[in-house]
Design a binder for this molecule. Structure first.
Ligand code: HDE
Length: 751
């Protein structure tokens, strides 16, 4: 029909009105066969029992994948339609009364398109607005039935699909990835007994002890309300005003001012459940539990100057990193570990395990690995999956229960509540990304955007008309742990909550020297942005209760005298069990020692030594690293021997902050060109200053001298190779696996 229509005037009776041939005919798009009604059809029907009954997926099979497949749509080879499935003839022009006349109200196609567009945005999350997510699975190492009835921990090798979203906290949806901030680490387990959301962070403690203070904390850290600044940053008056008046936040401040707050990658950070939870076994016995995710790649971070520069060079740095690694088949993996202890043990601790500003040191209760999580599939659609996923701390399964942590109590309410306005009603659990794999049957009905078509006339229980169905599961269902409660109704907190500094000191004293320096620098930087001197004073006074060494250095950096320590809430703080915990240093978890997915730049210019480039590139790629040839511009580069290389990145579009290491090959002419290019010198200076692994081959070494970088035998990450490039490459790979060489840092930087 398309061909015939194209040859004919749109309205044979009014041919003259349509002007020249071609202007008048709406049927200009390619015509194709009508859409296949089965593609993209959404079915949440209960009758598809095989899809909804769950059960352990076969190893290697993600049960969620099949379920989401039923709602995927793909327009390839399909005709364009309205939302009612009516084929659209012309997607270029609105309907007008005459070519130069007014658009017509009856153009339902235009109106539908624009109306839908007008409503494309939903409210962003009030916190954790910016995030990235991926699919994967959790695999249980061994049955944990003695500890918990949770079905995902029932058998060795059992796999449960997961969807995991990482996020920053303070920034808006379009803000940068590399802000100094806490990172969210939210895991949705689609277990065969319902969804369990473990909504954690990359730091094991929190700023506040009680949910009552959460809106205040968030209002303080978000952009200041009068002018909406600063974006995705805590370095401003209102944040420091609030936290300096809340000594309970001090321990968390130490974490946030450490390099934990500027991770190299989502793939290289730990995750923590933060609160103390409960495991409950089938006999109703309960143990207290803390959850820990440990990345196989180790814990690695950026340095501040680098994070600042990356935020300009690639605001999507972490999103891209996660996406590319999964795309390349090298998805990240974490081990899940638990600290298990009894209530009696907890009572003996010098701190309260219901206080989310405290950790349970590993020296006190070791971490036992119980399973692993692999992220192996990127979402198909950012909005449908990453944006619409709704994590709720209230989503627990039989075998997992809460404690009376007063921060957790507020969260159990908040997350469900926020989804109702964010996702537009109480049926957000039916969105494909949120729908459990386990069957859903109850008498909840109706509400905005209801998908399920409930059959029958019974929507109540007890009933006889439906044979009593759906019926209560009894002891097979979720039975809350019968914790005895005694006490008067009152507002207040337990005694141990009043000790605010012991673990901040523990954290500071457990860091390496360079980590301590980064903490000093972070406090100094953030407080230097505060405009009211009294806030700075108060914060430094508080730091005196953590460490005089820390407080003195920060005071020096701020050009102020050391104030008197802030009065403590309790005069005689309890003596902590553990005073140094080396596991709190980033260096405690160096990773698997490999360089897979690490990014390396090889600087090339006309006249580069091609043999050296290929020897190093081959060795790096064999080790799994990602190699980019960075030229003065992208495109072909003639080599010393007359060959051709293709520079796939340039000094402009790929500054050194986007790489983990850099190599400068020889080739006299190439080195001379780079010596005359300020961008190449800046590239090396930044890479050096940020502790990256560097290799100069042959004359390539001279470029370092031009950049002001002196050879240093003691620096393991600064290699000058005079011999065979392959041998130098091996040394480079070994140094790259160490991630960074912070020992070379000086304050102020000398390069
Ligand atoms: Fe959240 N938090 N939070 N939070 N949180 C939200 O829920 C809240 C807290 C965390 O990727 C919101 O769906 C309260 C601690 C993550 O979608 C909201 C309190 C921890 C995410 C909310 C806390 C977290 C959120 C905003 C104190 C670490 C992102 C949108 C009582 C254990 C989840 C949403 C995702 C998101 C409330 C404190 C982690 C408003 C009231 C402690 C990872 O419901």
């Amino acid at each position: 029909t398309g061909a015939t229509a194209a040859a004919m005037p749109h309205n044979a009776n009014k041919a003259a009105e349509y002007g020249e041939e071609g202007a008048r005919c709406p049927y200009t798009g390619a015509q194709s066969t009508p859409p296949d009604p089965s593609v993209g059809a959404s079915s949440l029907s209960e009758s598809e029992a095989n899809e909804k009954t769950g059960g352990p997926a076969a190893p290697g099979v993600n049960a969620l994948d099949g379920r989401l497949g039923r709602v995927r749509a793909d327009g390839s080879g399909q005709v364009l339609t309205t939302n009612q499935g009516v084929p659209v003839a012309d997607n270029q022009h609105s309907l007008k009364a005459g070519l130069r006349g007014p658009a017509l109200l009856k153009d339902f196609i235009l109106r539908e398109k624009i109306t839908h567009f007008d409503h494309e945005r939903i409210p962003e999350r009030i916190v954790h607005a910016r995030g990235s997510a991926a699919h994967g699975f959790f695999e249980c190492y061994r049955p944990l039935t003695d500890l918990t009835a949770a079905s995902l921990f029932a058998e060795k090798g059992k796999r449960t699909p997961v969807f995991v979203r990482f996020s920053t906290v303070a920034g808006e949806r379009g803000s940068k990835d590399t802000a100094r901030d806490v990172r969210g680490f939210a895991v949705k387990f689609y277990t065969d007994e319902g969804n369990w959301d473990l909504v954690g962070n990359n730091m094991p403690v929190f700023f506040i002890q009680d949910a009552m203070k959460f809106p205040d904390l968030v209002h303080a850290v978000k952009p200041e309300p009068h002018h909406g600044m600063p974006q995705a940053a805590s370095a401003h008056d209102t944040f420091w005003d609030f936290v300096s008046l809340m000594p309970e936040s001090t321990h968390m401040l130490l974490w946030v001012m450490s390099d934990r707050a500027i991770p190299r990658s989502y793939r290289m950070m730990q995750g923590f459940g933060v609160h103390t939870f409960r495991f409950v076994n089938a006999s109703g016995e309960s143990r207290l539990v803390k959850f820990h995710w440990t990345p196989i790649l180790g814990t690695h971070s950026q340095v501040w100057d680098e994070a600042v520069k990356v935020s300009g060079a690639d605001p999507d740095f972490h999103r891209r990193d996660l996406w590319e690694a999964i795309d390349a088949g090298k998805g990240p993996e974490w081990e899940l570990g638990v600290q298990i202890f009894t209530e009696e043990e907890a009572e003996g601790f010098s701190f309260d395990v219901l206080d989310a500003t405290k950790i349970v040191p590993e020296e006190l209760v070791p971490i036992v690995p119980i399973g692993r999580m692999v992220l192996d599939r990127n979402p198909d659609n950012f909005f449908a999956e990453t944006e619409q996923v709704a994590f709720c701390t209230a989503h627990v399964v039989p075998g997992v229960d809460f404690t009376n942590d007063p921060l957790l109590a507020g969260r159990i309410h908040s997350y469900v509540d926020t989804q109702i306005s964010r996702l537009g009603g109480p049926n957000f659990h039916e969105l494909p990304i949120n729908a459990p794999i386990a069957p859903v049957h109850n008498n909840q009905r109706d509400g905005m955007h209801r998908q399920t078509i409930h059959r029958g006339r019974v929507a109540y229980e007890p009933n006889s008309l439906a044979g009593g169905c759906p019926f209560q599961a009894g002891m097979d269902g979720f039975v809350p742990f019968p914790e005895p409660i005694a006490g008067d109704e009152l507002r207040g907190h337990p005694e141990k909550f009043a000790e605010h500094y012991n673990q901040a000191t523990l954290f500071y004293n457990s860091q390496t020297d360079w980590e301590k320096q980064h903490i000093v620098h972070a406090f100094s930087f953030e407080l230097s942005k505060v405009t009211v001197p009294a806030i700075r004073q108060r914060m430094v006074a508080s730091l005196r209760n953590v460490s005089d060494e820390l407080a003195q250095q920060v005071a020096d950096q701020l050009g102020m005298a050391l104030p008197e320590p802030l009065p403590r809430a309790i005069a005689q703080p309890p003596k902590p069990e553990v005073e140094v915990s080396p596991t709190l240093s980033l260096t405690a978890r160096p990773g698997d020692g490999g360089v897979a997915t690490r990014k390396v730049a090889i600087l090339v210019a006309e006249g580069v030594d091609e043999g050296a480039v290929s020897a190093v590139a081959d060795a790096l790629m064999q080790a799994g690293a990602v190699v980019r040839l960075v030229g003065q511009r992208i495109g072909p580069v003639q080599t010393e021997g007359g060959g051709m290389l293709d520079a796939d990145a340039s000094l402009d579009n790929h500054p050194s902050t986007l790489f983990d290491g850099a190599v400068v090959p020889g080739g006299e002419a190439a080195v001379a060109r780079l010596q005359a290019d300020g961008r190449a010198l800046e590239f090396l200076r930044d890479a050096y200053r940020h502790g990256k692994t560097l290799l100069g081959l042959g004359r390539g070494g001279q470029l370092f001298g031009s950049a002001g970088i002196a050879p240093d035998e003691a620096d393991e990450g600064l290699l000058m190779g005079g011999g065979a490039p392959a041998k130098s490459a091996a040394a480079f790979i070994k140094a790259l696996a160490k991630h960074r060489h912070p020992e070379r840092e000086t304050m102020p930087p000398m390069v």
